[in-house]
Design a protein around this ligand. Structure first.
Ligand code: G16
Length: 545
């Protein structure tokens, strides 16, 4: 039945999206990412692959053109599976094979994938496409469409969307509208309705809770917040910075910059104790921060967001009187203080997975309520169908106080994007919780004190020489590297360090924490030198500070 694929047409069109000779790319942490000019063939081929995946799952599949936190010159693409989730691991392998196939091998690889995955080629296929604001994204998404149509797939191009909005659309379309309406309007309405309902319940709706400064990383978040703003303005007014009108995407601003440099973005004026937050380039991450009265910068990262959210959810469950299990999922980047606080003070079980939303999301699905956040601000909460049903019943039956709590939980569930981490949705969840609990940003920050930490990047010739185990907390290769790290870590108090190859940038990432900033900085630098020496560093040796 290969006749159902017009192999001749595929070959002909593929030549128009030719692969640069010798270029090898890997489906990484969040799809393919590299310089935009190397990605045309990958886009075309991911269009083809999305059609096969759609036929196999008999569902709508999403394709998002973005490189999220990467610099503006980069771009990327990832596929979104039927329930709005990241692509299944076995298909990531197919994606890598297909992206790297030389022109003459394309047909064979496509047939191989179809056979291995028992794809019924006669099945209809539907693909939805979204893209971020990068200058290269429009043309690249057109190449995806070329791929989709050449194998007879139907498509809907949403144009400019945040990444989590595309995940939401896919989820809506495959659940018969039960999750929501698969339009941007539907997204705005669903979230805003839940948010406004929640904030109505806040007893202290004083002005301090009602305004927020948002750094949009010069990306898509600005456009979408501007569209959405008036839907929720009853509950919150947002002031946008780095809205793309002049600056460069992710440059000296955005969640990744703020988190990794531990300083405020450029282009935003911050008065003391004002609540501020940053999105990343495709609005799937968020971090908060403020300046205290002495002008010191305080970062509130994904770990503290997870803590705020899980403690609020736990309190609601106690009020409702339901004993549902809550779990928190983190990665090795989670600050040691956050893990200790969650486990010892909040008595919530905490799990550590590898970096990458797909790993956290998967683990979080094991709980009635699974809260997952990467320290970099990427995360959400997942609620099992059992929870949703129980809460819906409670909201109708229980005594006043319980009913109120159940209603709140119902709205919180609606406010979370359960398909993916979502800066807009998370922002509204956080703002609602702060308002409901009457918490200032300082009180939230004071839940626990982060251990000082430092993240660095090291350039090496081939980052694949580093392999890791134990949720990326230990290096297996190259030989001697883990021993070197162990020896360095011993020199500092309350210290911890690990290294791993990035799945989105061509670098090795180094993380260190210790009892003082000076120690964390030293340790991170020493570990960087060990990586440089033992893992084939290139360019300039890592410099201190
Ligand atoms: C992506 C992933 C995140 C991951 C980040 C960095 O974020 O979705 O899960 O933490 O890359 O990954 P790595 O350390 O492997 O480079 P984003 O916001 O860029 O899509």
């Amino acid at each position: 039945d290969h006749l159902d694929m017009d192999l001749g047409a595929i070959t002909k069109y593929s030549a128009l999206h030719a692969k640069p000779n010798g270029l090898i790319l890997q489906y990484g942490t969040a799809g393919f990412r590299t310089k935009a000019e190397h990605l045309d063939h990958v886009m075309f081929r991911m269009g083809l692959l999305a059609v096969l995946r759609s036929k196999q799952t008999k569902s709508t599949i999403g394709v998002m053109v973005t490189a999220s936190h990467n610099p503006e010159e980069d771009n990327g693409v990832k596929l979104v599976d039927p329930l709005g989730e990241m692509l299944a691991p076995s298909w990531e392998e197919h994606a890598t094979c297909l992206a790297n196939a030389e022109e003459q091998d394309m047909q064979r690889v496509l047939i191989d994938i179809s056979e291995k995955e028992a794809v019924n080629l006669q099945q209809d296929a539907f693909v939805v496409i979204g893209r971020d604001t990068r200058p290269s994204s429009e043309k690249l998404s057109q190449s995806v469409i070329d791929g989709v149509t050449v194998v007879g797939g139907q498509f809907h191009d949403y144009g400019l969307l945040t990444t989590p909005q595309l995940h939401y659309m896919v989820y809506c379309r495959n659940t018969g509208g039960r999750y929501g309406k698969a339009t941007v309007e539907g997204y705005y309405q669903k979230l805003s309705k839940a948010f406004v309902e929640l904030t109505k319940q806040a007893s202290c709706s004083g002005d301090e809770y009602r305004s927020l400064k948002v750094d949009c990383a010069n990306g898509i978040g600005a456009l979408k917040l501007k569209e959405m703003e008036h839907y929720f303005s009853q509950g919150l007014s947002v002031q946008l910075f780095n809205d793309g009108s002049k600056g460069k995407l992710n440059h000296l601003c955005g969640a990744d910059f703020v988190k990794s440099h531990q300083k405020p973005p450029q282009g935003m004026e911050i008065k003391s104790n004002e609540r501020c937050c940053s999105f990343d380039g495709d609005a799937d991450r968020i971090v908060y921060y403020y300046h205290d009265a002495d002008g010191h910068f305080h970062l509130i990262d994904g770990d503290k967001i997870a803590t705020l959210i899980s403690s609020f959810l736990k309190e609601l469950l106690v009020e409702i009187g339901e004993s549902l299990n809550i779990g928190v999922v983190q990665t090795a980047y989670a600050n040691g203080s956050s893990t200790r606080y969650l486990e010892e003070v909040m008595k919530v079980p905490v799990y550590c997975t590898k970096t990458g939303v797909k790993h956290l999301h998967h683990k979080a699905q094991e709980f009635d309520i699974g809260v997952y956040f990467e320290a970099n601000g990427h995360g959400t909460a997942l609620f099992s169908t059992a929870v949703e049903m129980k809460i819906k019943q409670s909201a109708e039956q229980l005594e006043d106080k319980k009913r109120k709590a159940a209603k709140m939980l119902e709205n919180i569930i609606d406010l979370f994007n359960q398909a993916a981490g979502d800066a807009i949705s998370d922002m509204l969840v956080i703002e609602a919780i702060l308002a409901l609990k009457g918490l200032t940003v300082q009180q939230w920050d004071a839940l626990y004190t982060d251990l000082p930490n430092r993240q660095l990047k090291v350039q090496v010739a081939d980052r694949r020489v580093i392999s890791t185990t134990n949720a990326e907390r230990q290096a297996v290769t190259p030989p001697g590297l883990q021993e070197a790290i162990n020896d360095l870590v011993k020199k500092y108090k309350l210290s911890r360090a690990f290294v791993r190859p990035s799945g989105t940038e061509d670098v090795v990432r180094v993380y260190a924490e210790a009892d003082s900033q000076e120690s964390a900085d030293h340790l991170a630098h020493e570990v960087s030198l060990a990586v440089f020496q033992l893992a084939g560093g290139i360019g300039e040796r890592p410099q201190p500070g």
